[in-house]
Design a protein around this ligand. Sequence first.
Ligand code: FMN
Ligand code: FE2
Ligand code: FE2
Length: 394
Amino acid sequence: MPVGEIRHNIYSVGAIDWDRRLFDALIPLPDGTSYNSYLIKGSEKTALIDTVDPTMGDVLINHLNQLGIENVNYVVAHHAEQDHSGALPQVLGKYPQAKVIVTSRCKDMLIDLLMIPEERFVTVSDKETLSLGDRTLEFIHTPWVHWPETMVTYLREEKILFTCDFLGSHLATTDLYVTDEGQVYEAAKRYYAEIMMPFRTNIEKNLRKIEEYAIDIIAPSHGPMYDKPEFILKAYHSWVFDEPKNIVVLPYISMHGSTHKMVGHLVEALTKRGVTVKQFDLTATDIGKLAIALVDAATVVIGTPTVLVGPHPNVVYATFLANALRPKLRFVSIIGSYGWGGRAVEQLAAMIPNLKVELLDPVLSKGFPKEADFRALDNLAAAIAEKHKEHGFA
Ligand SMILES: Cc1cc2nc3c(=O)[nH]c(=O)nc-3n(C[C@H](O)[C@H](O)[C@H](O)COP(=O)(O)O)c2cc1C
Ligand SMILES: [Fe+2]
Ligand SMILES: [Fe+2]
């Protein structure tokens, strides 16, 4: 990607990672990602906002060279995670005078992670400002989006909010700004679900905090910028604040088809009762799709055969992840098939202490499901539909 000009003397100088398919060795990236870095030249000082992944430091340096930047006074490090800070040593080597602007917590983490010498840092308190001459940066502490040290930066004169991971999306694109809202909505929701949702209470506070500012552009450090900030703010509002929807998410495994048959029956029974169902075969699904579905769902029904006394390991993985992501679920149930006996239900129920949910009666079938099992699934569907109606989930 070439350097992009945002305003006079404000540039996008980061890197696009088209081919990356996994983040944190965990999160699928179907559309790649970008590590956005921004350069702001004031009449007196120059600041770089975040750097890039250490694998792409040369792209950033090349962009700075193209712009003929001989001096950088400040590098703002919003977040210590290496996809934004990893090229800091390279940048600090090129600009020996540059100071790193951080929260005090971020300073400690960057010393731990990247061994950056203590004298390179300047710590800033919440809402502290820094003048670049004709331009002013205001640093707003926004802890836990998604690490404890995070902050964002408001460029007052241009009303640009640089948010790093907060409000970002994993999406490789040459577009500076959002063009395809549908595509960015999905990518940003995936990002929220996987990275931000576990910290929903902090997200709430930080959303309220940044909404006190007049914002023309939101410039995150992943994905395109938002020149219509209300698009992403409205989306976050609904993900964070809205009641769950009339949706059941149904992740399952079936080795020989019994649990699968039960899943099929339950999906029909729920659909007939006006409940939306999202079914995920865990051998095939992109786990990010499951995370996205969890953002709005009121209920999860986990489908598993009994394997070596417990749930199938893939189901354990998905359940562990759902518990860690802390979606706003209200109800959980478990269905599945067993051969002779086991503890699949007890083991799964013990795995979800973070979910403040009511456990609805599970349905277990011995071998292939039979008439009584189908009736039990009908009852479960009726109970779920009733609960959703009672709570007004639409
Ligand atoms: C590797 C393996 C281990 C199993 N371990 C158990 C077990 O510990 N307890 C049990 O009741 N059934 C066990 N079963 C039997 C399955 O739970 C049973 O066949 C069930 O109907 C499979 O459901 P499915 O068709 O949805 O895969 C095991 C099956 C396999 C293949
Ligand atoms: Fe991060
Ligand atoms: Fe990031």
